[in-house]
Design a protein around this ligand. Sequence first.
Ligand SMILES: [Mg+2]
Length: 225
Amino acid sequence: MKLFLFDIDGTLIHSFGAGQRAADSAFEKMFGIKKAMDGISTDGMTDPLILSQMFMKSFGRNYEESESATFYKEYVKFLDCELESSGNIKVLPGVIKILKLLKQRDDCLLGLGTGNIEDGAWVKLNYAGLKQYFSFGGFGSDSENREELIRMGIDKGKMLLNCDCKIEDIFVIGDTPLDIIHGKGAGATTIAIATGHFNKKALKEYNPDYLLKNLNEINNLNLLN
Ligand SMILES: [Mg+2]
């Protein structure tokens, strides 16, 4: 059995800053502070670490649990509005083809390994028309630590498959150095895709097991033989 955990932003879709705008709107609604996301990098980050940075930047302290709960509730509402009103979400090349193929195979299981909180992940995938392909994953709401959330996604997958997959049968697919570093750390084979903000040369420095221009090329790897 093979387990595939996909990152979302830059790997499956581009949502053209909808997440950042939704986070800004939620923060502004709660605290009256505009553009709290300015200067904060989101590549390969988890939502809780991004929120930590917004708090540190604005207040010089981390958030309380109650504040993050309120923030995420507002964030998901704004994200939903953003994506509904703009309709601006792009499914990246090769994505539908590989998801369809993996979904059909009874020796493969599809999951997510994403820094998005789970509710936010489902909103993005719903608007992209990709929700139907996934049922579980490791999310930013499981852990602020990417390696830990990937490990949790792998454990959920193994439980669903009722088997202890070998490292060569567990694939973490993502578009940033952090997907590679933490995918390896969590004990997976890593597939880096240059459809986000990092080109192949930049990703190569982190030694992914496989490196692709886009997901159309995944079929060349013969992973499914
Ligand atoms: Mg990404």
